[in-house]
Design a protein around this ligand. Structure first.
Ligand SMILES: [Zn+2]
Length: 420
């Protein structure tokens, strides 16, 4: 595991896009363990590494960012996140496929390349249309699942070097997809320039990432974790792609992950796609929200602290009344929330997860046990705290039977709320 490159508390390092020295704190969530380092019972008495979750905003390009305290090779080479465990995410991928095939006229002669293709959750739908695909995925255990499904996948980290090697093998994309990967890239410039290399002259890149505007508006501080190095506004994303010779010609706002953007990029010299009016409209929304000055970034820290106080107030009151509380899910965002708020088994008896990889393990830092979902119906807690709150509608619907057992759903973000 690599050591932090930060030498002193005042030295926050340089902006990963433009190189400007970082001076302005966006929010400081204290020290936290890596969110995917689930523990086995025999590891509970061992020392656990904690790293800062201190987020800065660059005063030159307004990229909100966290230093890469840990080598991504450590985080992503064995990853516990399998995209196919979320039904709503699979649906999202399926409808994306249909839209892209239709809009860009993809067929058997086309090539779709996905960066961070995970277990093939998305490319499988292109394969079903006989459209040639290639996945690039650094986590070998996850890539193996994709390959077993018949989806050609390279176990590689993506960047300029990988792009050159793939291009030399004859791979170039009509459509290049990157869903929820841009935030996880420590060397942004290397990554984006790699995408340009792999893009055919009239090819299109679509990238989805959580929208910083929604993060701020919705108090989504728990989406900040060590695996997410950057948090993008549309304006900053536009600037980054422009620096690498690409233009964003369309953008859509999506409900996924608490509010995401899907941006569409092409080579700046490619005039085959008209610029959508949505581009200027969203730019304007962000300018008015203060994203090009310090204004938009100033009050986030206070918002976060108040959200913590309200959540703890609720949990303390519930426990004093003798109520029992269990968690639902073990997502990365849950670990930020629980560690920042200091919520351990003093509040949550356990949490559950659909992913069998996590059963019998414990959450990092807080050591809350992770059980099979059946545990909820067996133990009938008074409250069920939904940690993946972005999926709350899906979860409340799926789990509606437990209401009859007297279990009440609670969602922590944007602020604590119980659902009757
Ligand atoms: Zn910058």
């Amino acid at each position: 595991m690599s050591q932090s490159i930060k030498q002193t508390p005042d030295d926050a390092g340089q902006c990963r896009f433009c190189g400007t020295r970082l001076r302005r704190t966006f929010t400081d969530l204290g020290m936290s363990p890596l969110c995917e380092s689930f523990l086995r019972a025999d590891q509970l008495n061992q020392m656990e590494p904690f790293y800062p979750l201190h987020v800065y905003v660059c005063e030159e390009c307004w990229l909100v960012q966290l230093e890469a305290y840990v080598d991504p090779a450590h985080i992503f080479t064995e990853y516990a996140y399998f995209s196919s465990y979320s039904d709503s995410w699979l649906q999202h991928a399926h409808s994306y496929t249909d839209i892209m095939i239709e809009r860009f006229g993809l067929n058997q002669q086309s090539k779709v390349i996905e960066i961070a293709s995970n277990d093939g959750y998305l490319l499988q739908y292109f394969v079903a249309h006989s459209i040639p695909v290639l996945g690039v995925e650094p986590a070998a255990n996850v890539a193996k699942v994709a390959i077993r499904k018949g989806i050609p996948t390279k176990v590689l980290f993506f960047g300029r070097e990988t792009a050159q090697a793939l291009a030399a093998e004859g791979h170039q994309a009509d459509l290049m997809v990157g869903n929820n990967v841009l935030a996880q890239v420590p060397d942004l410039n290397d990554f984006v320039s790699g995408m340009k290399i792999l893009l055919k002259p009239h090819g299109v890149i679509t990238i989805e990432f959580p929208h910083l505007l929604r993060l701020i508006e919705g108090n989504q501080f728990d989406t900040i974790y060590h695996e997410h190095f950057s948090y993008f506004s549309f304006i900053t994303a536009e600037r980054i792609f422009a620096a690498h010779g690409m233009t964003l010609f369309d953008v859509e706002e999506l409900p996924t992950h608490g509010g995401s953007l899907r941006i569409y990029a092409h080579h700046t010299e490619d005039s085959s796609h008209a610029i959508s009016p949505r581009v200027a409209a969203l730019r304007q929304v962000e300018v008015e929200a203060g994203f090009t000055s310090a204004a938009a970034y100033r009050s986030f820290e206070q918002q976060v602290q108040e959200t913590k106080r309200k959540l703890l107030e609720f949990l303390i009151t519930a426990r004093r009344q003798g109520k029992t509380i269990a968690g639902y899910g073990a997502p990365g965002k849950g670990n930020t929330l629980l560690n920042y708020c200091g919520i351990r088994t003093d509040f949550l008896d356990y949490t559950d997860d659909r992913n069998p990889y996590k059963h019998g393990k414990f959450l990092p830092g807080t050591h809350i046990p992770i059980k099979h979902p059946d545990a909820i119906a067996e133990s009938k807690p008074d409250y069920l705290l939904i940690l993946p709150w972005n999926l709350k509608d899906e979860i409340i619907h799926q789990m509606s039977f437990i209401r009859d057992l007297g279990v009440q759903f609670v969602v922590p973000i944007p602020e604590i709320r119980a659902y009757q």
